[in-house]
Design a protein around this ligand. Structure first.
Ligand SMILES: Nc1ncnc2c1ncn2[C@@H]1O[C@H](COP(=O)(O)OP(=O)(O)O)[C@@H](O)[C@H]1O
Ligand SMILES: [Mg+2]
Length: 281
């Protein structure tokens, strides 16, 4: 298969010239390796509903992609297919070159370790603190206590939650709860992060902070796929947009990739839209 061929080739070339490789994450414009590939993928639910209809697209390493479309257009179906919560009715889905159809049921938990998932309704454990919610994600994947003690404070610092370690979810604002769920999704540094309507329950200002965090995660090298129907946010972000309508892809545009190199501070400033430069830039 073409995918495994290209993988083998790059592995060989990496072995030959490892020192000269750039550490910069590959973006859409650099023609990187596909992390996600959908080829003619359809999902027909029992009862006849069409979740996805002949969808073909790919996402390369380091991209930040929005999946947009009205309610019922198939965004969550794409996400659920990617985590193998659903199986496609037809077509092929590959993640990092692996055909999802070939992953045995019992291997699915291992496969999912490579994917961070963020939902609209946070899905935090209500009886555990912020620290424990994040630590739990490491425990279930077999991290040692030492690793957990090192990694959790780091990720909580990155997500701006250092002062909330001992709070329970119901003692946090919606934005803070979503940050905990992002911390939990990212603590294993997965190569792929999926967010399904991550700002659906948040006000516009808090939504910007959440998008800023996802942007930082993307800049750190993780490929990010965000489903949303927040058109204002999508317009401001100026990232690639794949639009679904009744399960069909009706638009796939790489918009405004010129902003790829802006810092997260510049990014946040632009998103807030007051037109001035951030202090000190
Ligand atoms: N579990 C399910 N059983 C039957 N139909 C479903 C199921 N989940 C989604 N659908 C249908 O599939 C279509 C796409 O849904 P979904 O992927 O949830 O869209 P979105 O996330 O864009 O709102 C809709 O018509 C929806 O009713
Ligand atoms: Mg949905």
């Amino acid at each position: 298969m073409a995918i495994s061929d290209s993988k083998d080739r790059s592995r060989r070339s990496a072995a030959v010239a490892p020192v000269t490789r750039s550490s910069k994450p590959a973006g859409a414009a650099s023609g990187g390796r596909p992390v996600v590939e959908f080829r003619g993928v359809s999902k027909h639910y029992d009862g006849g509903d069409v979740g996805l209809d002949q969808a073909t697209f790919s996402v390369v390493r380091g991209e930040f992609v929005f999946l947009v479309g009205s309610t019922g257009s198939g965004k969550s179906t794409v996400m659920r297919l990617l985590i193998k919560e659903l199986d496609a009715t037809e077509g092929t889905i590959r993640v990092a070159g692996h055909d999802l159809e070939e992953i045995a049921r019992k291997r699915v938990p291992y496969y999912r370790r490579n994917i961070g998932v963020v939902f609209q309704d946070f899905k935090l454990l209500p009886n555990r603190t912020v620290y424990d919610n994040v630590a739990y994600a490491l425990q279930v994947t077999g991290s040692s206590r030492k690793e957990i003690r090192n990694k959790v404070p780091d990720i909580l610092r990155m997500t701006g939650l250092s002062t909330k370690l001992h709070n329970y979810p119901d003692q946090l604002s919606g934005g803070e709860q979503q940050r905990v769920s992002i911390a939990r999704a990212f603590v294993n540094h997965p190569p792929l992060l999926l967010a399904d309507e991550p700002t659906g329950n948040l006000d516009p200002e808090t939504s910007i902070d959440i998008m800023r965090l996802l942007y930082r995660i993307n800049r750190a090298g993780t490929t990010v796929l965000v489903a949303t129907h927040d058109q204002t946010m999508v317009d401001k972000m100026r990232r690639r947009v794949i639009e679904l309508s009744r399960g069909r892809i009706v638009r796939d545009e790489a918009t405004g990739l010129y902003a790829r190199d802006e810092t997260t501070r510049e990014f946040a400033h632009r998103m807030r839209g007051d037109g001035t430069r951030p202090p000190g830039v």
